[in-house]
Design a protein around this ligand. Structure first.
Ligand SMILES: *Cc1c(COP(=O)(O)O)cnc(C)c1O
Length: 493
């Protein structure tokens, strides 16, 4: 079946997968969604015999139907190589009541690598396929992890430039150092005096600025995005949910067809949406558990049917989830309102104008598979401490939000369904918060902290942290949220 992509906000833009990846966002500000939910044809039992790369080919072929098998293979081989520190790519670790799906074995030690290591390949292949003669400028707003993963993926990739906007005071120390030390002539990193939502809104404004786009076009540039609004981010994330199911099947932890739960620490709703697509593709799922931190907009949404961003934005120990506008939720909204672009556009207009919208009872009924919970800062620290004390397993604060919400879910529901928690970052990326949670000294320099954590966790310091030691700072630009366009033009001069 050929899959095309259309905007969530109008019927005017129907494009191929490669065009959707090139454009990032639809010209009407909507997100591209597949024209249907493709279903995996082979059995889970068969898939369980495949390597991660072979499985990736199975899954990507379902969604990216205008890429040839050759092209997809080349992209997959380029992405999932020894940049990852394990052949398994996404290993499962049993600890306590759950399995942790470790998605942090890539070059920047957070789950964003799972998709951003392949996106540059998908994009340059798409540019060649579509005869694009322009340089692609990738605009990226980051809450901390996407930025570095996108920089690492696109640095020195011919025909591309990569611009990252991050909240100057809203990321961890390691996250900031990773970004501002990024090498590569085609890279640009800009700190915003504002939060992630400001950065993301600024990027969306640039995207829908027709005049600017025309000017860039004249100068030989085409804009795209590496944020999870790009379907080239979403689709590779489906792979590891299928992989997790297959791993449990292979090692005999579940029987064929047995449902499992997924717990996903959530911010922009990209990762959990990929889990939803995996379910639609045929992975047997009990519940999709959406875990929020103190910025619990999604928890409130799932429990009341009202999305309301009018509240204080809180900086937490899980900064990559400090988000009040979860962009990818728009794709789910589009689906549960019967794929009605006018209705979706109306809700999104309401969100832009008043910061809130409400869905109908009929739409809410279709959200049955989701359970939503949240963890406070104390809950998060307690989960880190708990897993270390009971299991000797050290988890990062984002994963801890998931673990805490899962503990609450089990207590409340008594559900014993086998459960996989998406482990979205290495604890080394957030070592200060982790060591504080374990009541260990945290006022040392980054590398000393990494050594301490290494001894505690019994895990080697990742290369991504060691490499920061003498790396020079290359990016120092800081601007206000209303100066993002000027900063971009400055870089493209
Ligand atoms: C980005 C990120 C998240 C949130 O993922 P979304 O797809 O934005 O919901 C959670 N944890 C970490 C470590 C991240 O980097």
């Amino acid at each position: 079946m050929d899959i095309s992509y259309k905007s969530t906000r109008s019927d005017r833009y129907t494009v191929t997968a490669s065009e959707a990846i090139l454009q990032g966002l639809a010209p009407d500000g909507g997100l591209f969604v597949p024209s249907g939910f493709p279903v995996i044809k082979r059995s889970m039992r068969e898939l369980a015999g495949l390597t991660y790369k072979e499985l990736a080919l199975e899954i990507l072929s379902l969604y990216l139907t205008d890429y040839t098998e050759e092209e997809l293979k080349r992209c997959i081989d380029g992405a999932y190589d020894d940049k990852f520190d394990t052949d398994e790519i996404a290993p499962l670790k049993k600890a306590g009541d759950a399995w942790f799906l470790e998605l942090f074995h890539g070059p920047t030690i957070a789950f964003k690598d799972m998709a951003l290591s392949i996106l540059p390949y998908l994009m340059t292949t798409a540019a060649a396929k579509n005869g694009l003669d322009k340089e692609t400028v990738i605009l990226t707003a980051t809450s901390g992890d996407t930025g570095k993963a996108a920089l690492a993926g696109f640095a020195d990739v011919k025909g591309t430039r990569i611009v990252v906007y991050y909240p100057k005071d809203g990321v961890s120390r390691i996250q900031e150092r990773q970004m501002v030390t990024q090498a590569g002539d085609n890279t640009c990193v800009i700190g915003i005096r504002g939060n992630f939502d400001d950065a993301q809104n600024g990027v969306k404004r640039i995207f829908t600025d027709t005049e600017l786009r025309e000017e860039l076009d004249r100068r030989g540039f085409a804009l795209s995005s590496a944020n999870s609004i790009n379907v080239g981010r979403l689709v590779p994330q489906v792979v590891y949910y299928v992989h997790a199911y297959c791993s449990l099947l292979r090692n005999g932890s579940i029987t064929d067809g047995e449902k499992i739960n997924f717990v996903v620490p959530t911010g922009n709703f990209g990762n959990i949406l990929a889990a939803y697509l995996a379910m639609k593709a045929g992975v047997p799922v009990g519940k999709l558990i959406c875990a929020s931190n103190t910025n619990k907009v999604l928890y409130d949404f799932f429990n009341t049917g009202e999305y309301d961003r009018n509240r204080e934005f809180v900086l937490t120990s899980s900064p990559s989830m400090d988000i009040l506008i979860s962009s990818n939720l728009e794709r789910l909204i589009y689906h549960i309102c019967g794929e009605d672009p006018e209705r979706t556009a109306e809700l999104m207009r309401s969100l832009a104008a008043s910061g809130r919208y409400e869905i109908t009872p009929g739409m809410r009924e279709q959200l049955d598979v989701f359970y939503a919970g949240f963890a406070t800062e104390e809950d998060t620290a307690e989960a880190i401490r708990d897993y270390y004390d009971r299991e000797g397993y050290v988890i990062d604060p984002h994963t801890a939000v998931g673990a805490s919400v899962y503990a609450g879910y089990r207590l409340k529901t008594g559900d014993e369904t086998k459960t996989v928690i998406a482990s979205t970052a290495s604890p080394f990326k957030f070592e200060t918060s982790v060591l504080k949670a374990l009541s260990m000294p945290a006022d040392k320099d980054d590398l000393e902290l990494a050594e301490d954590l290494s001894k505690t966790a019994g895990v080697e310091v990742p290369a991504a942290v060691l490499s920061l030691k003498n790396a020079p700072v290359r990016h120092t630009t800081v601007c206000g949220p209303d100066e993002m366009k000027e900063a971009l033009l400055d870089f493209l001069k």
